[in-house]
Design a protein around this ligand. Sequence first.
Ligand code: NDP
Length: 419
Amino acid sequence: MGKVLVIGCGGVAGVAIQKCAQNDTVFDEICIASRTVSKCEALKSKLEGKTSARITTAQVDADKVDQLVALIGEVKPDIVLNLALPYQDLTIMEACLATGVDYVDTANYEAEDTEDPEWKAAYEKRCREKGFTAYFDYSYQWAYDAKFKEKGLTALLGTGFDPGVTSVFSAYALKHYFDEIHTIDILDCNGGDHGYPFATNFNPEINLREVSANGSYWENGHWVETKPMEIKREYDFEQVGRKDMYLLHHEEIESLAKNIPGVKRIRFFMTFGQSYLTHMKCLENVGMLRTDPVMFNGQEIVPIQFLKALLPDPASLGPRTVGKTNIGCIFTGIKDGKERSIKIYNVCDHQECYREVGSQAISYTTGVPAMIGTMMVMQGIWKKPGVFNLEDFDPDPYMEALNKWGLPWQVDENPVLVD
Ligand code: NDP
């Protein structure tokens, strides 16, 4: 039994918190803290009478370490689950270190203001040294490893679906199916339809920045960078059908390249319809994806934040979204001297998620693993001092928990490969 402090109360947190509340023999106290406390209170009311967990709420600005330290001091959680935005990762890690509490998140650190000169200098150096230009990378959070070790605390990074479950699938494939993994293709397919001309399935700012950036993949020990959407493939997804998918940079490529010994190539593909891509290109061309402040009628606005205010709230897509997601990994490699390939994947139905927790499958497929990762650390199953990605731990208990908590997976031992 233990107490979790969840920071953030958006689409993903909504699911993760409901899953913690369902799992009330493990999470007997849940404090929901976010910038807009009314959202925390609304979720608390929704859960009343449905769980034996004690639920409290609090207001916090997670950009401020002192506010976080005061909150953690007051709530005294066993663990902090960060489901705010990647911008808050470092402040929340700092506060966990200051108060001696374990830390869990679902996305790696990203700077909010990419025009900040100090950040830009470090970024440009990293682009030159590492060879990929994504705005996010693990270096900022991995740099905390020694501090977490020193305090005997665990930080678990990236327990969503991708990153998250994809890392656990990789560790599971290596443990049970391969002596050596040579290639990993991560395929993220959303066959859902929400009926709007344009909307994003999770936070628009994070989503659009990711999709409009250069792609990249890992091959033979280095990064190969591509133009946005330059590499396109078609794939026939189980229970969804044929979809176009595009190669993107994605954060787990960086950790898997480090942690899966001998891996030669790692790629990440995501499906997009043509209409989504045309809308995004247009928004980019007119400057609506800019992340730096501009003056408008005497007031500073950040275009992508203004766009967020105009787009449908991802948390509101649940009732409208029909269809399924199919997310998983194709592995090739060697077992007992013979070549082999397998695919491990999960299929998730948007409407089933909506009936269970009131949200669509993208929030569900992230929120369930967020609860599971938190449970693994809080129960001591995945507890060791330092900063870790999910493939650093034994995958078996996590894989079992996926089946139990709503994300059952399949293994296909004869998958169609991506060329
Ligand atoms: P939302 O925008 O729906 O929710 C973010 C929440 O964080 C909101 O409640 C917001 O508050 C709160 N927040 C933002 N800034 C602060 C702050 N300074 N202080 C306190 N609270 C703050 O995002 P999502 O739920 O879609 O995404 C949550 C996280 O999950 C993101 O980091 C995202 O990158 C990650 N993610 C990971 C995936 C994976 O598979 N690994 C997939 C999808 C998402 P307010 O209500 O005031 O805006």
